[in-house]
Design a binder for this molecule. Structure first.
Ligand code: GLA
Length: 699
């Protein structure tokens, strides 16, 4: 039983780790231990007695609370901040009881306020096989008067005291997403967040805390990721007592949640982990987590074609058929029509909201094109951007009040569009019915759901004004979740002007995400490298486009995109016979290894910035096969070697790489480096296959 009760509190044991909590004399929850699983229950320490530090810092300030509230003598960042109807703003939660549900591996601890009818359930759920702990809270109002929540984060956790920590996180902007930052955690509060209504291109709702010597393969790191696609915040407080308190959840910036009598709020989940084997150890568990979230975890991802970068809005039935014909010749399996197909959509200033085919471009609707695509042996996919509306659209003319706005302020357009208020149930219902009609009337196997701007003028008189951010995201989830349930076979792609909403929350609805509108392969290499720290390769959609075509060979461009779900987005109608033949071969090669890439375990190699090298390899779920990719991007260094060892294979099995003429044991592949002397824009793909009589172990 992984949830254990001892004399000092509760011990949560996963496969290798343990997390122990206990109660203070005031019956508040605090952390006792987080680290390696210990042999005996008696090994887990009790909560120490926290002494105060002069009159300025009482024990209350120094205790590592698991869900601290704003109150009394605690001057750290709290998780919960409330205002009661009489104006009191302190919250005093005391422990009432614990509920252990073994079948769900869940420990729920109930806390009630000492005076007011506020109840908080702090929930821990073990993902024992992944060595992860899921945490969230439910806040309930059991009284007659409303209670306002001004902050309701999902969890707080504490890093071992007196350590030196670096914060590893991901920043970016449109066209330049997925940059990794690694910086010493300064004293004070470091805050990462989004105020845009999406998780955003700018900061990503996940972070690692590592020691300075932690590498991809060695050392400790503590990590967390939030399952939420709207405004979020992470607060890392490095205190003057050499402790680090980290909390995460819904952003409390422009946040207020009015908890009516009898109402409750369930926060998004945070998933927490500690890894001893470097970032790779953390990544592989995060991959397993995301793989469980996606709607179609096992389904092979088809090779797709999308003409957006070739045609932009210039789509119609005839020209899309020509693209489809060439795509089919190349071996593409899914033909996706992007923006430009619906009523009035000749440019980005009109049409959003009117999800019916433009009769000028598709005089007989979409069916002739879909039939043609299917006759060519492919499936059909379609782009939509349901959350948006152009002022120049029938929808906006009929329902101007459906767009987010303040009545007394101008409406800020971005890309000429406004945002529909998905917090409104009537807007949600409208979208559900409109998109149900679209998907019922057409044979659509894949939907690309886009979202091309941030939220502004987040006003609505239908709820507590500052709830709209949260309700908007819940609305997106409701619309998407309903469609997903109604059309279970459809594969979904999440896009937000590239990687503006590529998070764990959206991966409950979407099977794959678009990392960036920047498809230039040497920019994609670091982006993919960093994305794969958090998410598995079968969620990463990667197209070969015309960006970089003058300087890079086709094989290099394909190899970069073959490290995820391969797609093509180039203007293939301009490709000559030789280029098409090469692309056909590369697509065939991808199909032969995609089970290794999409479902395999990922091993990322330390990039070499001086030589411009990147490498990674994938080991199949049964450990019999491996695909190794090595790239050299442009680099001023004329000649520069790079060394790669292939880890993660069965040590005793012998693996052959025919292209290299090498057959050696898994142990030798992991120990004897391969040397690469590549030219700029050269790449290699090798497959390793095992000959082994022993037993294979699935991951
Ligand atoms: C966004 C997406 C692109 C494309 C366009 C269409 O920018 O990221 O891939 O779909 O919208 O307008």
């Amino acid at each position: 039983m992984p949830i254990l009760v001892d004399a000092h509190g509760y011990v949560l044991e996963t496969a290798r780790h343990a997390y122990a909590v206990g109660l203070t004399p005031e019956k508040e929850l605090a952390l006792r231990y987080w680290g390696r699983k210990l042999p005996q229950l008696a090994d887990y320490p009790p909560l120490p007695h926290y002494e105060g530090w002069a009159s300025f810092n009482g024990a209350e300030h120094l205790t590592p609370h698991e869900y601290p509230t704003y109150r009394g003598g605690s001057f750290n960042e709290p998780c919960l901040k409330t205002t009661f109807s009489d104006g009191v703003r302190d919250t005093w939660l005391t422990f009432q009881r614990a509920i252990i549900v073994d079948e769900e591996d869940a420990l729920t601890l109930r806390f009630d306020d000492a005076h007011y009818p506020l109840r908080v359930y702090v929930v821990y759920r073990l993902l024992a096989d992944l060595d992860l702990i899921e945490r969230y809270v439910e806040v309930q109002n059991h009284g007659d008067a409303p209670i306002t929540l001004e902050r309701a984060l999902s969890a707080m956790w504490h890093l071992p005291p007196a350590g030196r920590y670096e914060l590893v996180h991901f920043t970016g902007r449109w066209f330049d997403e997925w940059q990794m930052q690694r910086e010493p955690l300064p004293r004070g509060v470091t805050r990462l967040d989004s105020k845009r209504g999406t998780s955003s291109h700018h900061h990503h709702p996940a972070a690692f805390f590592a020691h300075p010597h932690t590498t991809e393969t060695h050392g400790d790191c503590w990590f967390a990721t939030l399952e939420h696609s709207g405004n979020w915040a992470l607060l890392a407080e490095h205190t003057d007592f050499d402790t680090v308190r980290v909390s995460m959840g819904l952003n409390d910036w422009d946040f207020a949640h009015r908890l009516e009598a009898g109402a409750s709020l369930v926060t998004p989940s945070v998933f927490l982990g500690w890894a001893e084997g470097g970032f790779q150890d953390a990544s592989q568990r995060l991959h397993a987590l995301a793989r469980r979230n996606v709607p179609h975890p096992q389904q092979v991802r088809p090779v797709l074609y999308n003409s957006w970068e070739a045609t932009a809005f210039d789509v119609d039935a005839d020209s899309q058929m020509r693209y489809a014909e060439v795509a089919a010749e190349l071996g593409v399996e899914l033909f996706v029509m992007d923006d430009g197909w619906f009523k009035g959509r000749d440019h980005d200033a009109a049409g959003l909201g009117d999800w019916t085919p433009d009769p000028r471009k598709f005089p007989h609707g979409l069916t002739p094109l879909i039939d043609h695509v299917k006759a060519l042996g492919m499936q059909f996919g379609l782009w939509i951007e349901p959350e948006m509306v152009n002022p120049d659209s029938d929808l906006y003319r009929a329902h101007p009040d459906w767009a987010l706005h303040y009545p007394t302020r101008p409406r800020t357009t971005a890309r000429n569009q406004l945002v529909l208020n998905l917090a409104r149930p009537d807007v949600q219902d409208y979208l559900i019915e409109t998109l149900t009609t679209l998907l019922s009337e057409h044979d659509i196997a894949f939907v690309k759901w886009d979202m091309n701007r941030s939220l502004t003028e987040v006003g609505w008189d239908g709820a507590e004004p500052k709830e709209v951010w949260w309700r908007y995201t819940e609305g997106v989830y409701r619309v998407w979740g309903t469609l997903r349930a109604r059309f279970p076979a459809v594969l979904w792609q999440a896009c937000s002007g590239g990687g503006g909403r590529a998070d764990l929350g959206i991966l409950r609805y979407a099977d794959q995400v678009w990392l960036s509108d920047n498809t230039e392969p040497t920019r994609r290499l670091p982006m993919q490298h960093h994305y794969l720290m958090l998410y598995p390769p079968n969620t990463l959609e990667a197209w070969v486009t015309d960006m970089g075509w003058e300087s890079m060979p086709l094989s290099f461009r394909f190899h970069v995109s073959m490290c995820g779900n391969l797609g093509v987005g180039a203007n293939i109608t301009r490709w000559g016979a030789a280029q098409k033949a090469a692309a056909r071969d590369l697509i065939a090669q991808y199909k032969a290894i995609r089970h290794i890439v999409q479902q395999g375990r990922v091993y990322r190699h330390e990039p070499d910035p001086r030589g411009g090298y990147y490498a990674l390899h994938f080991v199949s779920a049964d450990q019999r096969e491996c695909a190794l990719f090595v790239f050299r991007a442009h680099s001023p260094e004329p000649a520069h070697p790079y060394y790669v060892t292939v880890r993660g294979l069965l040590p005793d099995a012998r693996y052959t790489a025919h292209e290299l003429g090498i057959c050696r044991s898994g142990a030798a592949w992991a120990s004897v480096p391969l040397r690469f002397d590549l030219q700029p824009f050269e790449s290699r793909l090798y497959t390793l296959k095992a000959q082994y009589d022993g037993e294979y172990h699935d991951f």
